[in-house]
Design a binder for this molecule. Structure first.
Ligand code: AHG
Ligand code: MN
Ligand code: MN
Length: 342
């Protein structure tokens, strides 16, 4: 008689297994962070399903219209926002949220949520201008420990913390495969969604951003509006000055999740400077810059607004904008030598 033995591949660790494993190293850990990451993973799997159907808008109905089943079709960024909001509200680890899609923060304000120690801020769908053309987009999240006492509803103060206080930050990239990458102070780890089991599985353990890369990412169309020092650095990237490994390669997708993910893995620099039209910058400090600055720094890179470290900025508004320069340490130092020129 033939017996088939199904081997479980124990080399593969799912996101849940990994976060629980990490927790076991800390006897006092409560498991709240692991549960919060699981909730974010669940919401992003639901978003992934919708993102994959985005090309069928002609059949299913375009955003803001009614589809063939007579249902209202929501914009994908609103859908993503609702998924994250719903999952986190019903979970046990999140006391409140802030989102790029919401004017104000939300305190969940029920007994279980008020006893949770974390708040979560997110850009539910980043690069949403790329949805209709099948280009990678993402979700970005940032997690802080609340500063107000447990047992009470969270307040704005819990959300307006400098990025250095982040407990964890991460992103999901909906690309040729779907990946969730998150950082805690202990390291940055990447998980690829295995569609056959519907689980994120550890595929990129302990990600380190190479000290130098050859990629610079910037919206070239705004070049004439950038500060002179940035223009000079871009000239240098093109070969005007001798840089380590230069001239470099220009790559710009227009989804910062995809641009920064590639540069994190391959080495590179991402720049979204101030412009004459947007003198404070375009990207949002709390939902975009802080989480990426945290991830990049934990991976060995650097992130600044051109004047100061992103993670040291004390936010004053939920939707505050910032310039962002982030990436490989060596390339960031090259850039800083240009920014420091008067
Ligand atoms: P969002 O879709 O959340 O509004 O963010 C888009 C952001 C970011 O992902 C990207 O890097 C940048 O906007 C692109 O802006 P430009 O088209 O001005 O270069
Ligand atoms: Mn965005
Ligand atoms: Mn967005």
């Amino acid at each position: 008689m033939l017996t088939t033995i199904y081997m479980i591949n124990r080399k593969i660790q799912t996101l849940d297994e990994f976060t629980i494993q990490q927790m076991r190293d800390f006897p006092h850990a409560t498991g709240e962070l692991a549960s919060l990451l699981r909730d974010i993973g669940l919401a992003s799997k639901r978003v992934n399903v919708e993102v994959n159907k985005a090309g069928l808008v002609d059949i299913l109905g375009d955003a803001g219209t009614t589809n063939v089943q007579g249902e209202d079709v929501k914009k994908l960024d609103v859908f993503a926002n609702n998924q994250l909001m719903g999952v986190l509200r019903h979970g046990i680890s999140c006391a409140g949220i802030g989102s790029e899609e919401l004017d104000d923060f939300i305190a969940f304000d029920d007994p279980a949520s008020n006893n949770s120690k974390y708040v979560c801020l997110f850009d539910p769908l980043d690069g949403s201008g790329n949805i209709d053309v099948n280009v990678s987009i993402g979700t970005i999240f940032s997690i802080f420990r609340r500063v107000t006492p447990k047992g009470t509803p969270v307040t704005k103060e819990d959300f307006l913390q400098p990025g250095i206080q982040q407990v964890a930050a991460g992103y999901v990239v909906y690309g040729s495969s779907t990946m969730l990458v998150y950082a805690t102070r202990r390291g940055v780890n990447g998980f690829t969604l295995d569609p056959s089991i519907g689980e994120f599985s550890l595929s990129h353990p302990n990600i380190q951003c190479p000290e130098y890369g050859r990629i610079y990412s910037i919206n070239y169309g705004n070049m004439l509006q950038y500060p002179k020092q940035v223009q000079d650095y871009v000239d240098a990237c093109e070969g005007k000055d001798r840089l380590n490994g230069g001239p470099y390669t220009q790559r710009y997708i227009g989804s910062m999740v995809a641009d920064l993910h590639r540069n994190l893995i391959k080495g590179g620099i991402f720049m979204y400077p101030t412009t004459k039209d947007k003198p404070k910058g375009k990207l949002r400090l709390l939902y975009e810059c802080n989480p990426f600055a945290f991830i990049i720094e934990v991976a060995g890179g650097k992130a600044t607004n051109g004047k100061e470290r992103i993670l040291d900025i004390q936010p004053t508004e939920l939707h505050q904008r910032s310039a962002l320069y982030a990436g490989s340490k060596g390339m960031m130092e090259e850039l800083e030598s240009y920014l420091n020129k008067v």
